[in-house]
Design a protein around this ligand. Structure first.
Ligand code: FES
Length: 137
């Protein structure tokens, strides 16, 4: 049912934890299952994501997609991070079962919420970034 990559990222999640002095933090909730994902970004003055961590209270697919998504945006610019869609994360994981697609949407939304928070705090406009919905405090 799950690919090797999904199992690997679930069993050995990359970038799990939190950043004390994050430049941006995004927390989103999944209305369907109640699961919550939080992403912390450390962005430098050139707009490059130097570090990223996640905390996910959710299913295995949510943990695996958080792990893969953080790997995909680390070292990228904020603009590039915006291009990391749930589809791209799923492809990088060699797919997810259809009933688990919504879990990967949470990862995309959490990244965008963290980018939004970063942009707000630093008075920056990230082209193409929309105000996130489903955010949780
Ligand atoms: Fe809730 Fe996967 S079932 S995020």
């Amino acid at each position: 049912m799950y690919s090797e990559k999904v199992l690997d990222h679930f069993q050995h999640p990359r970038n799990m934890g939190e950043l004390e002095h994050a430049s941006g933090v995004g927390t989103v909730g999944n209305a369907k299952c109640g699961d919550i994902m939080r992403i912390f970004l450390d962005v430098d003055d050139d707009g490059i994501i130097r570090d990223v961590k996640f905390k996910t209270f959710g299913c295995g697919a949510a943990v695996a997609t958080s792990s893969m998504a953080t790997e995909m945006i680390k070292g990228k610019t904020v603009q590039e991070a915006l291009q990391v869609t749930n589809k791209a994360v799923m492809e990088a994981l060699d797919g997810l079962p259809a009933v688990k697609v919504h879990c990967s949407v949470l990862a995309e939304e959490a990244i965008q919420a963290a980018l939004w928070d970063y942009a707000e705090k630093h008075n920056i406009k990230i082209e193409g970034l929309k105000k996130p919905e489903n955010t949780e405090e």
